[in-house]
Write a protein that binds this ligand. Structure first.
Ligand code: RP5
Length: 160
């Protein structure tokens, strides 16, 4: 069973997720994606989150647009870390960002930027890396690759 569960409010959110799943795929990290909505399928959300203790999920990414209540509702049903991914579906995504980030005290959601599925994936890996040396190595490799890519751009712009 995957240690990372990803919930999206709609299949129309799937294209945004690609930046994140590419990172998971590149590093061979298992994840499970479900399309479940806080508003349209509230009972299925509760049931799915309720299964995490049994299935061994350790980190949850929940992405939604508009009045994006899904991450908060997921967080209300679990003490696993929940990463909220605001999706730009209307109002430039500001509606989703504010709906996700402004949680009431006591029920935190770690919110990444609008459409920032790559950072959601990396943050999920960082949480798992606390107890997983292999994950730590993958994250260090990612940082090294990123540094090398930027330095190469710097070299090019300087015509060095
Ligand atoms: C949200 O409403 C979803 O997460 C999606 O971003 C937005 C629009 O959903 P659809 O009408 O495209 O299914 O709940």
């Amino acid at each position: 069973m995957a240690r990372i569960a990803i919930l999206l409010g709609s299949d129309s959110d799937l294209p945004v997720l690609e930046k994140g799943t590419r990172i998971f795929d590149k590093f061979g990290v298992d994840y499970e994606v479900r399309i479940l909505s806080a508003h349209r399928t509230p009972h299925a959300v509760t049931e799915y989150v309720g299964s995490f203790e049994e299935t061994g999920v350790q980190v949850v990414i929940a992405g939604a647009g508009k009045a994006a209540h899904l991450p908060g509702v997921v967080a209300a049903h679990t003490i696993l870390p929940v990463i909220g991914l605001p999706i730009r579906a209307s109002l430039e995504g500001l509606d989703a960002l504010l709906s996700i980030v402004q949680m009431p005290g006591g029920i935190p959601v770690a919110t990444v930027g609008i459409n920032a599925a790559d950072n959601a994936a990396l943050l999920a890996m960082e949480i798992l890396a606390l107890k997983d040396a292999d994950m730590t190595a993958k994250l260090k490799a990612y940082r090294q690759d990123m540094e090398a890519a930027v330095l190469e751009k710097d070299r090019k712009v300087r015509n060095a």
